[in-house]
Design a binder for this molecule. Structure first.
Ligand code: ATP
Ligand code: MG
Length: 570
């Protein structure tokens, strides 16, 4: 394909609003363009990559026995009312009305539509198990669309749903999907981990996320160094500390801490380690505010907090006005001593003695505070509330945790009978009884995957595509192509020969300076590069290099196809 005939609007300048490498490079290499917040047009080169990713996904799913369908992007409200998610979904779901004033939404996910299909079409255990998937648009009105296609509002997802009468059959398919996702990411050429995860508002019990390892990832994942335990930090349990609480030693003393609100400020002012301070957060509960107490150096785990009895989901922090009405101080001065709110205490916070905490009075903290002596501590309210940190013991009792970052590209869920119960998806089982279907659901972010690939495969000059998803296999650069007849002929001949040998070739035939061509080639990241220039043609040679390795070598013009064949096999 000729570059002169393709829309590849590369940019020299780094776009100002792009925060991470993949977003910058997707814009600079001319793969995508923004239409509105979180909505993008895919340009020809970007679309070639996207299609390759889709093809790999399709091939592996088809191989695993799943069948492809295509459901509507716009969905009727009735189905969501039936599953009771019309109200639950909140503002992420974009709702609209048709000309008859009937309610619809842009599909954020498709459990309702598929369950409706299956309850109509599948009547007997003999038609099961059934595993259906689609590759289709989703719309989620994300509160903070960012990082380009990584967290978009409109995006492409592969979503699959399986149906079973018994748990054994379900587990077999779940395991098959787990393996299938592994095969997809391995074929693409990514470094990834499958980790235990929270189920969010899709519901159900267990779930696994597939995380592509990348420093810019939004997710934190915890691995054990002593076992194969791996979990999203959201999900990883912080075990109760082995040490018991030391005896109270210091007297409870109220000290002025004027203008000190954050843990760091208070700890520095009083010259204590943040580990000896406790912070108290206030969230909205079913009947008024609820206090959550953590060690000053620990972070609240919002997923754990939202699951506590009496705490309202989604988790919301109490406003300053609510806090003032309940405690009569500002949020930075709250503490468990004399606090009259229902209180949950993190396991690690419960074993600290002689601690510093807010005095529930602006401008004051306590030092030397102690549980039981100064503040009540009810064992039933000592819970796991915090995010695990580096060095915490692994929840499976083997080894220590280390934390790294990842990009969630896939998520598989065990939904059980959640949707089949509410929507009445039943079949006749082999013993003649009517059974609600057991359901699994398997998502993979197709457009996000392209961003994740670039995040893992790039250098300071541009993208370094893994071969399996590269937009082209070979980039032929004709230097002075429009001015030198020799270059034009040789470059055309090489491109044609490679194309007839089955390679996807991008021929840079543009009227551009060599420097521009080299910079664009680095930016576009095509794995193999042939440079055709007057100087080397004098000795019947062209230059070859890969995108990943700058070392180049001269090869005879007649041996280009042979050389590429050997290099591709590599
Ligand atoms: P996240 O926690 O990142 O919001 P999620 O748990 O909401 O993801 P799922 O509902 O499990 O996502 O969707 C399946 C897959 O769809 C995700 O693993 C991810 O790859 C992709 N995905 C989800 N939201 C977006 C988005 N806003 N933009 C692009 N891809 C997305
Ligand atoms: Mg989400």
């Amino acid at each position: 394909m000729r570059a002169s005939a393709l829309l590849i609007p590369t940019l020299k300048e780094t776009p100002a609003d792009a925060e991470i490498s993949s977003h910058r490079l997707m814009l600079r290499a001319g793969l995508i363009r923004r239409v509105a917040a979180g909505m993008y047009t895919w340009l020809p080169v970007g679309l070639r990559v996207l299609r390759k990713v889709e093809t790999i996904i399709r091939q592996e799913l088809d191989r695993s026995g799943a069948q492809e369908v295509l459901m509507p992007f716009v969905q009727p409200a009735e189905l969501w009312l039936e599953s009771k998610r019309w109200d639950q979904m909140g503002p992420d779901m974009l709702r609209l009305k048709d000309r008859h004033e009937r309610d619809f939404c842009l599909g954020p996910t498709h459990e309702e539509v598929i369950t409706d299909l299956v309850r109509r079409e599948i009547k007997s255990y003999k038609q099961l198990p059934c595993n259906l998937y689609q590759i289709n648009l989703k719309f989620r009105d994300e509160i903070r669309p960012r990082f380009g296609v990584m967290r978009a509002r409109e995006f492409l997802m592969k979503d699959g749903y399986s149906f079973h009468t018994d748990q054994t059959s379900f587990e077999a398919t779940y395991g098959e999907m787990h393996d299938c996702y592994g095969r997809i990411l391995t074929r693409i050429g990514l470094e990834f981990r499958a980790v235990l995860a929270d189920t969010g508002n899709i519901g159900g019990s267990t779930s696994h996320e597939f995380q592509v390892l990348a420093r810019s990832g939004e997710d934190r994942i915890a691995f054990s160094d002593g076992s194969d335990y791996a979990a999203n930090v959201e999900e990883a349990e912080a075990l109760a500390p082995r040490d018991t609480r030391p005896a109270a030693n210091e007297p409870l003393t109220k000290v002025p801490t004027p203008g000190k609100h954050t843990i760091d400020d208070v700890a520095a002012f009083l010259d204590v380690s943040p580990m000896r301070t406790l912070k108290t957060l206030v969230v909205t509960g079913d009947s008024g505010p609820v206090a959550l107490v953590l060690r000053g150096d620990h972070e609240l785990n919002e997923v754990k907090a939202r699951k506590l009895p009496g705490v309202r989901a989604p988790l919301t922090f109490a406003s300053e006005a609510v806090i003032r009405a309940a405690i009569d101080c500002s949020p930075g001065s709250i503490g468990p001593v004399g606090l009259s709110l229902p209180t949950f205490v993190d396991r690690s916070a419960a074993v600290v003695a002689d601690f510093v905490c807010g005095a529930n009075e602006d401008g004051f903290h306590y030092t030397g505070a102690n549980w039981l002596r100064d503040a009540p501590l009810d064992a039933a309210h000592v819970v796991d509330l915090r995010n695990v940190v580096d060095g915490d013991p692994s929840p499976d009792g083997r080894g220590q945790l280390a934390i790294t970052r990842g990009i969630e590209v896939g998520h598989i869920f065990q939904l059980g009978r959640k949707y089949s119960d509410t929507m009445g998806a039943t079949v006749l089982d082999s013993d003649g009884s009517t059974r609600a279907l057991i359901m699994g659901c398997y998502g993979m972010g197709v457009t996000r995957l392209v961003g994740a690939i670039i995040e893992q495969c790039h250098d300071q000059d541009g993208i370094v595509w893994p071969t399996a998803v590269a937009p082209f296999g070979v980039h032929v650069l004709g230097l002075n192509y429009t001015r030198s007849e020799e270059v034009r002929q040789a470059a055309d001949r090489i491109a044609t020969a490679l194309e007839s040998a089955g390679y996807e070739v991008l021929l840079d035939d543009r009227d551009e300076r060599p420097g521009v061509k080299f910079a664009d080639a680095d930016l576009l990241g095509i794995p193999h590069r042939i440079v055709v220039g007057d100087r080397n043609l004098k000795t019947g040679q062209v230059e070859y290099r890969t995108r990943a390795d700058p070392a180049s070598l001269l090869i005879d013009i007649d041996r280009v196809a042979e050389h590429i064949a050997a290099a591709v096999q590599g």
